[in-house]
Design a binder for this molecule. Sequence first.
Ligand code: PSU
Ligand code: MN
Length: 306
Amino acid sequence: MSRRDMHVSDEVAEALAAGRPVVALESTIISHGLPQPRNLQVARELEDVVRRGGAVPATIAVLDGVPHVGLGADQLERIATEPGLRKLGFRDLAPAAGLRASGATTVSATSFIAARAGVRVFGTGGLGGVHRGYTQVQDESADIDTLSRTRITVVCAGVKSILDVPATLQRLETRQVTVVGYRTGEFPGFYLHTSGEPIDWRIETPAEAAGIMRAQDELGGLDSALIVANPVPLDRQLDPALHDRVLAEGLRAAEEKGVTGQAITPFLLDYLVNGTGGASLEANLTAVRGNVGLAAEIAVAWAGRD
Ligand code: PSU
Ligand code: MN
C-alpha cells in the first residue's frame, strides 16, 4: 500500500492487508526520550520484542515531509542520531509535510498516523499529560486531545511522574478516553509500580483488551482511544524514595532554568537519568519493553478475534 501522503513499508503493508498483527511504535522516545547511543539499541530491541510476540513492528516518524509507517534500518538510525531532529506532535504534521521537514513523532502524532494507516495497537512508555503548575502555564500534552478522537489502543505505563498524575487522569475522564489497568486496579506510576491513583476497570488478559476494542467498534459513535495501563513489576521499579528526591530537584532545576513547553519532558527525563545514576533509565526501559510486549499480545488477540 502506498498513499501519496504516507509511506507504509512493504512488511507492514502486507501484514495489514492480510489482517496479521501489527504494533505501532513511536519515535520521540528514541530521539528525545533516551540518551545516545543506547537509544538506537533500544529502538532495535523494541522491534525485536514485537516480532518475538508474533506481530510486525511499525515504527513511525516523518522523514523529509513524509510520514513513514515502518522504518528500515537506516531510517531508524537516522531517527536515533540526527542532530536537532524535531519532536512532532499532531499539530506539527502539516508544517512538517508542507515544508519537507523530518521529525520524531510523539504519542499524539504517532497515534494519528497509525490510525490513518489502519494500525490499531500502539506500545509506548508513558503518555504525555497535564504538567505540574498547570494553573500558571496551561501545559497539557496534545496526547490527550488526540487520544480523545482517535480509535487506537495504547499500551503504556501510565504517565511519567514528572506530570500531575491526578489532573491527567481527570482530563482523560473529561475527554472520554477509556483507561483500563492490566492486572491492576491502580494507575501505574511509570518508573513506579503504582501512582497510588485508583482506576475503575481492570483486565487480566490480552483477549479482554481485544473484547473491549471490539465493543468500541460495535458501540460506534465514540472515536476515542483505549489506554491499557501496564505497570512495571514491583521488583523492577525505581526506588520510590530516590525517585521522589531526584524528581523534586529536577522540577526545581527546570523552574530555575526557565525550561518550558516541548523541552520540559526531555529535560526532566534526562535529569532523572543523571540524578538516579541510570536507575531511572533501567526502570524506563523495563516499562517500555513490557508495554511493547503486551501490545504485541493484544495485537495478536485482536487479529485473531473472529
Ligand atoms: N514517555 C516516555 N518518553 C518520551 C515521551 C513519553 O517515556 O519521550 C514523549 C512521548 O512521545 C509523548 C511526549 O507523546 O513525550 C509528550 O510530550 P509533550 O508533553 O511535549 O506533549
Ligand atoms: Mn507540553
